[in-house]
Design a protein around this ligand. Structure first.
Ligand code: ARG
Length: 277
């Protein structure tokens, strides 16, 4: 019987493929979200160490990590989630809101082309990849309000052939969807309601009556910027309440320390672009 249980769990927890970018040129030198303070800056050496910890955590879980070369002059390129959205092997490219990050779009697209992905679509509308698009089994949740243009939601739906559900973000601290919500598995999510408009809160309640609802304390340490493989949740170590609730629901919590990257408004998910073949 124990053998059967183990087999079931291993089968359920799928191996993932993540794309990451070492924070070799990471810094906080401009402010495009309320977390960023160029006067305070950030410690790159610490950021690199913490990022290595995240990468090791994925590898210890058996996940595959691919790397894209960092580009000098692009201090936010470490936030790989923003580089694209990949579903069923189709690559929908990012088109950044701020000129400071604009060159990241082509850099990520190029990586996918060079690695043989097809089709690769250069988006016509502003969107920040998996920062604002989160994929479940039968739909894609899409954020708008601060970065991604709502028109890009339709463009992504047409390109991917998956239904895309638009959600409106209203709190500038949670400027990307992935700072306020993460998929627990293919059919359920955890989220912080305060980040969303009234209408979008209602949509989330309707779609996910069984969701993990996080509070502001967990949201303000970017606890919702987490990565779940359906069994394990890699999450900022400070998100204590949320970790407890996840354990209660049967998830295995893997806490990571990414305080230095949070000074740019990023957490584990921001550093992680999932490649869904
Ligand atoms: N400093 C970056 C920005 O404001 C952080 C991006 C975080 N990425 C994310 N997927 N939420 O664009």
């Amino acid at each position: 019987m124990p053998i059967l249980t183990t087999t079931f769990l291993v089968g359920f927890s799928m191996t993932r493929h993540y794309l990451m970018c070492r924070p070799e040129y990471f810094s906080v030198e401009y402010a495009i979200n309320p977390w960023m303070d160029p006067d305070a800056g950030a410690d790159r050496e610490v950021a690199i160490r913490q990022w290595e910890g995240l990468k090791s955590a994925y590898e210890a879980l058996g996940h595959r990590v691919s790397l894209i070369d960092p580009v000098e002059g692009l201090p936010d390129m470490v936030f790989a989630a923003n580089g694209a959205l990949v579903v069923g092997g189709r690559v929908y490219g990012a088109r950044f809101t701020h000129p400071e990050r604009a060159a990241e779009g082509p850099a990520y697209l190029d990586w996918f082309v060079r690695n043989g992905y097809d089709p690769v679509h250069a988006a016509a509308f502003t969107n920040e990849g998996e920062g604002d698009f989160l994929t479940l089994d039968h739909l894609v949740l899409a954020g708008t309000g601060f970065r991604t243009d709502v028109v890009a939601h339709g463009e992504a739906q047409e390109f991917l052939g998956r239904p895309v559900v638009s959600l409106r973000l209203v709190d500038p601290r949670f400027y990307h969807l992935d700072t306020a919500l993460f998929p627990l598995n293919g059919h359920n999510v955890a989220y912080f309601p305060g980040a969303f408009s009234k209408g979008s809160q209602e949509v989330l309640r309707n779609l996910f009556p069984d969701a993990v609802v996080a509070d502001e304390d967990d949201a303000t340490v970017l606890g919702l910027n987490a990565v779940s493989d359906g069994t394990h949740v890699v999450i900022n170590s400070e998100a204590a309440g949320l970790q407890l609730e996840l354990k209660r629901r049967g998830f295995e919590v893997v806490p990571v320390e990414l305080s230095e990257l949070r000074k740019s408004g990023g957490g584990p998910k921001c550093c992680t672009l999932e490649i869904r073949e």
